[in-house]
Design a protein around this ligand. Structure first.
Ligand code: CP
Length: 317
């Protein structure tokens, strides 16, 4: 890895290496992430043009556990608000000898754009771009699944809710396919499904009760109201009735099914509090696993060679 922009097109070997490297950072006895000197002397800049709690905090913690110096640029109080262009902001930060940019942006493709414009010494990690990709979220989800289920091969995984606007769903689907999950289902109203989603190798259900039958993992998604045309916005109570994960709907899944959600959660809209806080919920494990996964991606990115796809990106092919 050099840049880490998407899970799409990465091999099973690389995805497995990310998971194995993440595991290697955790002291399993103490369930604590160890501090290691892998990025000592390096400077990581968190460039978040969109709000975040989990991703920003765990990238900062991960960089610190790797012994890097970390700078969180507050975009709302930065010179971006005075009209400075993105390219000028990047050049300014590069002049401070930055080694890595961790980027979140509301525009799909923003992380690719930045990767194309930074100097070759800087690595770019995508922390979520528009509705395109959120690759570290997908990999912390894969780590959470692997820790609880062991192997991906026998698993039926359902991704439920606002698939249309979800960068998380896209990155999860690519990762689950590459890691060999038996079946990936998406469950959503027709209005919240991207066109031709079947082409990604998923089974589509518009009826949640049918889609939930015997699934091993239920991955709920947030309604991304900030990306929605108001005409598409479903009534929250209607959405919950049809697609909210209640205890009754969860009872249709496999008896040992686990429940996940990338957060932030809207209680009573996409998930009942009793399920989100219940014994089968892995939502807080996902947050914890984000530290080790982000350490893995940052350390592999800093030490690694560019993949073929990333070299193509550099040469503009
Ligand atoms: N899952 C996720 O990206 O959460 P934040 O928006 O809080 O970072």
């Amino acid at each position: 890895l050099k840049h880490y922009l998407t899970t799409e097109g990465l091999s099973r070997e690389i995805l497995t290496e990310i998971l194995d490297t993440a595991d290697s950072f955790v002291d399993m006895g103490e369930q604590q992430v160890k501090k290691v000197p892998l990025l000592r002397g390096k400077t990581v800049v968190n460039l978040f043009f969109e709000s975040s709690t989990r991703t920003l905090s765990t990238f900062e913690l991960a960089a610190k556990r790797l012994s890097a110096d970390v700078l969180n640029l507050n975009i709302s109080t930065s010179s971006t608000s005075k009209g400075e262009t993105l390219k000028d902001t990047l050049m300014t930060l590069e002049a401070m000898h930055s080694d890595m940019f961790v980027v979140r942006h509301s525009d799909s493709g923003a992380a690719h754009f930045i990767a194309e414009h930074v100097t070759p010494k800087v690595a770019v990690i995508n922390a979520g771009d528009g509705r395109h990709a959120h690759p570290t979220q997908a990999m912390l989800d894969m780590l959470t699944i692997r820790r609880h289920k062991g192997d991906f091969a026998p698993l039926t995984v359902a991704i439920v809710g606002d698939i249309l606007h979800s960068r998380v769903a896209r990155s999860q689907i690519h990762a689950l396919r590459t890691l060999g999950a038996a079946e990936i289902r998406v469950i959503a109203p027709q209005t919240l499904l991207p066109r031709h989603i079947e082409a990604l190798g998923v089974r589509v259900f518009t009826d949640m009760e049918q889609g939930m039958k015997d699934v091993d993992v239920v991955m709920m998604l947030r309604l991304q109201k900030e990306r929605m045309n108001s005409a598409l916005l479903p009534s929250e109570s209607e959405f919950y009735k049809l697609y909210g994960l209640s205890e009754e709907k969860l009872a249709l899944a496999h008896p040992e099914a686990v429940v996940m959600h990338p957060g932030p959660i809207n209680r009573g809209v996409e998930i009942a509090s009793s399920v989100a806080d219940g014994p089968r919920s892995l939502i807080l494990d996902q947050v914890t696993n984000g530290i080790a996964v982000r350490m893995a991606v940052m350390s592999m990115s800093m030490s690694g060679q560019a993949t073929e796809k990333q070299l193509q990106l550099k040469s503009g092919e």
